[in-house]
Design a protein around this ligand. Structure first.
Ligand SMILES: [Cu+2]
Length: 333
């Protein structure tokens, strides 16, 4: 009897070691490279669970395999084996041990869950998912971006919204995943621990463009992050701001160099006498430029089609219009 037990245990240990090795290497091969502090806890739990599963699997399958071979029916052997009833020690232990394992895993998961969800953070980013893109707002920095740029080693609180249907905010290398639910604000806390380029993937089938609902992620040093923020921020100088807005909204139709496009050039426009389609002439001043931006159809320049779109206050604030005027004033011939 003892001989059988020792042999079976050897088989079990060999099996467990082999499976454990597979779990270990499989993690390296199949799981994306870890890149966050929170993900480290999650990986540890996952690895521990896989090792436990490998051990229990080996115990059950090891004994079964050994019994199948060692106690197989031999030629000429017509007797059935002895029938055995009950074994209190075995029964108590195969109830208690798994119970303790499950309770232990629950306790560790709870501990890590609250550690991951603790509210302290260095940076707040508002994430909005919509069919089929992501927008990232940095309320403390006053910027908005289609690219998620974050400093390495800083704990980030993501405040997650959806503009339409249920999406799910997920960077596989960070492990943490959180749904974006319309009408609800959800949160995720992540401390990126590795610089590099990653991708936000939508992890909830949300429509025809779901597979393309990706956003670039860049984890950079604190200095690079600050430089990026400074670059994204609307410039304080109105002329600089105006230049950026004009390049963004106007240069498709207006040139800055005197050439004629869909609309008249901005070069030397300020102070110019402009003939209108109603036969009158206006002097281009601040009020006229403002009126042209808000309500372009009211006064249409002679020789041009009235195709300019109106820019309302939700597209360009009064401040932004004033900045555009300030920039246009500098374009002298
Ligand atoms: Cu989606």
């Amino acid at each position: 009897m003892k001989r059988h037990l020792v042999r079976a245990l050897v088989l079990i240990v060999v099996l467990a070691a082999g499976l454990g090795y597979l779990v270990y290497t499989g993690f390296e091969v199949f799981v994306p490279t870890l890149a966050s502090a929170e993900g480290e806890r999650i990986d540890q739990l996952l690895r521990l669970q896989f090792f436990l599963i490998a051990a229990i699997f080996s115990l059950v399958v090891g004994f079964a395999l050994y019994a199948v071979f060692a106690f197989r029916r031999r030629p000429g052997d017509e007797t059935a084996g002895p029938s055995i009833h009950g074994h209190s020690l075995l029964e108590i232990s195969w109830t208690l041990v798994p119970l303790l394992i499950v309770l232990g895993l629950s306790a560790m998961t709870t501990r890590d869950f609250f550690w991951i969800r603790r509210p302290d953070h260095d940076l707040l980013i508002r994430v909005t998912g919509q069919q089929f893109s992501w927008i990232f707002e940095y309320p403390e920095q006053g910027i908005k971006s289609g690219e998620l740029v974050v400093p390495e080693g800083k704990r980030i609180k993501f405040e997650i919204h959806s503009a339409d249907v249920v999406h799910s905010f997920w960077v596989p290398e960070w492990r943490v995943k959180e749904d974006a639910v319309p009408g609800l604000t959800t949160y995720a806390y992540i401390t990126p621990s590795r610089e590099g380029a990653f991708k936000v993937r939508c992890a909830e089938l949300c429509g025809a463009g779901h597979a393309n609902m990706l956003a670039p992620v860049r984890v950079v040093s604190q200095e690079e992050f600050e430089a990026w923020v400074a670059q994204q921020k609307p410039p304080a100088d109105p002329v600089e701001l105006g230049k950026r807005l004009v390049e963004q909204y106007c240069v498709a139709c207006h040139s800055l160099d005197g050439s004629k496009k869909v609309g008249p050039t901005f070069l030397g426009m300020f102070g110019r006498q402009t003939p209108l389609t109603d036969g009158t002439t206006v002097t281009v001043d601040e009020a006229y430029i403002q009126a042209s931006i808000r309500d372009p159809k009211a006064q249409v320049v002679e020789g041009f089609q009235p195709v300019m779109p109106a820019f309302g206050p939700d597209q360009l604030s009064d401040e932004e219009v004033a900045a555009i005027v300030a920039f246009l004033k500098t374009l002298k011939e």
